[in-house]
Design a protein around this ligand. Sequence first.
Ligand code: ADP
Ligand code: MG
Length: 379
Amino acid sequence: MKSLGSIRRSFAPWNDPSARPYISFENVTKVFGDFTAVDKLSLDIYEREFFALLGGSGSGKSTLLRMLAGFDEPTSGRILLDGQDLRGIPPYKRPLNMMFQSYALFPHMTVEANIGFGLKQEGMPKADIDARVTEMLKLVKLEQFGKRKPHQLSGGQRQRVALARAVAKRPKVLLLDEPLGALDKKLREETQFELMDLQQSLGLTFIIVTHDQEEAMTMADRIAILDKGHLMQVATPAEIYEAPASRFVANFVGNVNMFEGTVAAREEASVRITGASGAQILVENAGDSAPGNTVAFAVRPEKIKVSSKRPDGVVNAMEGEIYDLAYLGDMTVYHVRLDDGQVVKASSLNSSRVADDQLTWNDRAWISFQPDAGVVLTQ
Ligand code: ADP
Ligand code: MG
């Protein structure tokens, strides 16, 4: 398979064998009573990385962050930061700060006082605090709002105050637990880009917890996918999307079609897969699959073509009926029920105003895809 790198920038220390991780979870387990919240998890995060922990509710994301911050200790295993074992080091002595979803701003204090609070506690001289607070207000574009109280701000502004306060002490690492959860969709999207700019301009390592796959895909250099305390995959957004390592990851991120079957033959990276109905597909990106294995070929809807006739020269084509159709303006989503009963999702971009192949409900139709349109999954 072609390498799917970080699109956003050439930053990719995880591919550099000489790069040393900044944060390492080594075989970390966290048990609450008889419940294992994090199970033998190992993970490396690099300096200046924007890293996302993505998983459903209860998958162990916050527990990982709390252990890194020092609010909780691992039951077993180690967490290293810059080579130092963090066990026993209290939260305030760790070079990191955490921003919670609730923001926890002090309601009776002005924005300035909120931002400067931690610095004052540390005993920083007043003139230095004032200078730092001014700098932070500028950073989050709230110069005009320093004298206001939190209740005189919008949700997005409060979120930025919390962010300014979290970075005022210049931590090396900022931990963000669902930081945009309280914002509406449009503001969330704007704030995602602001967070990315902020992380770049401060040169910090960000670790963000989210259950929102789009949010993780938009912001992160790499994403760790968690399920029930297990690490399912760590990779760039493009790799997670185009080369998921398992059915779980393929289903968790984006829409996907799974062609289940048995490997009938393998030649180099190509395999022939026989489905339950006897239909065969010939595909690439065979991974570690071998003849006899039960596998799935995972292919995204936009890689599947829908047409009224079988296209010439395609290897993989199946016939069925348009079972559902949604016109979304920029694209059309088709659900095609194949003759073996499987419903396949296909999306096509409406790049011209009039489609040349007008398909509608109950029409007979063909779906087709290239051998390299997806990946073969054994797990
Ligand atoms: P997430 O942030 O991914 O939603 P958490 O890390 O908060 O999940 O929790 C993972 C699991 O551990 C959940 O099932 C949760 O109920 C459990 N858990 C978390 N903290 C505690 C605790 N202090 N005591 C008992 N169970 C806990
Ligand atoms: Mg959580």
